[in-house]
Design a protein around this ligand. Sequence first.
Ligand code: NOJ
Length: 560
Amino acid sequence: MQKKWWQEAVVYQIYCKSFKDTNGDGVGDLAGVMEKLPMLKELGVTCIWFNPIYKSPQVDNGYDISDYQDIDPAYGTIEQFKELLDKAHAMGIRVVMDLVLNHTSDEHPWFKESRKSKDNPYRNYYVWRAPKENGKEPNNWGNYFYEGRGSAWQFDEATGEYYLHNYSWKMPDVNWEYEPLRQDMYKMMRWWLDLGVDGFRLDAINRLKKPEGLPDSKMPPAPPVGIYGYVVDRAICTNVPGIHELLREINKNVWSKYDMMTVGETGNLSSDGALDYICQDHNEIDMVFHFEIGKNPKIITVNEYKETQQRWIDLMKHNAWISQFLTNHDSPRQVSRFGNDGEYRVPSAKMLATLVHTMPGTPFIYQGEEIGMTNVYFDTIDDYNERYTVGKYNTMIEAGEKPEVALGKLRAMSRDNARTPYQWDGTDNAGFTSGKPWIKVNPRYPEINYERDRASADSIFDYYKKLTGLRREHPAVIDGDFRFLLYDDPKIVMFLRKCARETLLVVTNFSDDPVKVAFPEELRANKWKRVLTNREDTAPSLEGREEWLPWEAEVYTLSC
Ligand code: NOJ
């Protein structure tokens, strides 16, 4: 069947703030992105996803929007954005915006009006509730950033009521029950699409609908905010009945009218409930980012990885499409989390990329991954910026935790691991800025940077180029059926992708150890041709192969 453009795409996620600064203010900007478009083209990228670049007080690095229809001055102007859009389009690169529909900044004009009085026309744009009789918050919900002592409600003196904020108190949740809010949101989305953007990554999209009556969470309170009676229950506002009707309505009014892509960020969604969102017959959204692999604080085993992939890939039989990614701006770096950022940094970075780019679905690259950037592990909380790490740290300290213990618990998962500046070269500040970067550069930059990687015979960037080339040249990467081999093996991830014209075989060793495997009998009689390897020192033929090196990744083809 004819594929949609976003099913064939290679998407590159740009965290503009940390990508490339051209004016020395320490913050990445649109001019920096424009400068690097040829590099993205060379990498084989066909679509960019911008983390929010709208006008924002930057409490949550842009997820707190104060004007949906303008660019934050730190990044540039709307004219520059249009120029970028034209340039990217002329190079065959589409542009997708990150759209935050669950909340705005408290500095958005809608909220400024809303808080003025109970009868203000914008009052119902947000979720306001009277205090309980004892003056306390309307329910026990905790905010996801562990701010203050943890409540998801903020009292507002002017009208004597609380407003809901599932994230920061600076990011009030909007009220999708209210028709004028919906209409304003539709108008805003059309404005971007008419300007020429190619789609949206939809932030926290399965949280737009709140549960009827806003009941207390039944989850047992846990430290640190549990001691104040609040419960951080990420499920309570997620996948609530009515969410699908709402998405279908948005789709009907806006998305269905454009040739665009939507990819929804859906925390707390397992493969069980996913088809309701992504089955194309439902007219909701095109794909989701699920976190059954990436965001789990527990490191997933190789067997769990396979089991999870299989469940999601099975959904594709029901007229659905999936995304492939391991990390993003909300998680640690993929080579640190799933690979080995020491001895095997280079082969493991390539091996992980092989999985992302050859499994069924649309691959997403997070900036820096293509040069093997690693976690940062700052020594002091003062170097951290992101709201969740700082909020949780403060609450842990207030609850009596020792600073080194609190930091120890947060470092490996901190979102700042992914947010340090792009390491362009070995000069000061990794060539990211001539000024003072808004967040410290990863001290490993003299060893790990773009310039050095490109000069290396073992370049990760070059390997990514080959992967994106594979996608262009081998139809099985996009269209092929999928079947795991050696499914129970705890270290080897091996699978076939088969379409009418060819079969691809992908073999990877997801471990630090050399692994001996009995090669599946069904593969032996065939003549496989190697088309990609991250270990040039191994024999190109499958015949007689018994051992796989640590983090080895190979792709073979068999033509019909
Ligand atoms: C998910 C985004 O990816 C994250 O960075 C942000 O903090 C929250 N949504 C709130 O918008």
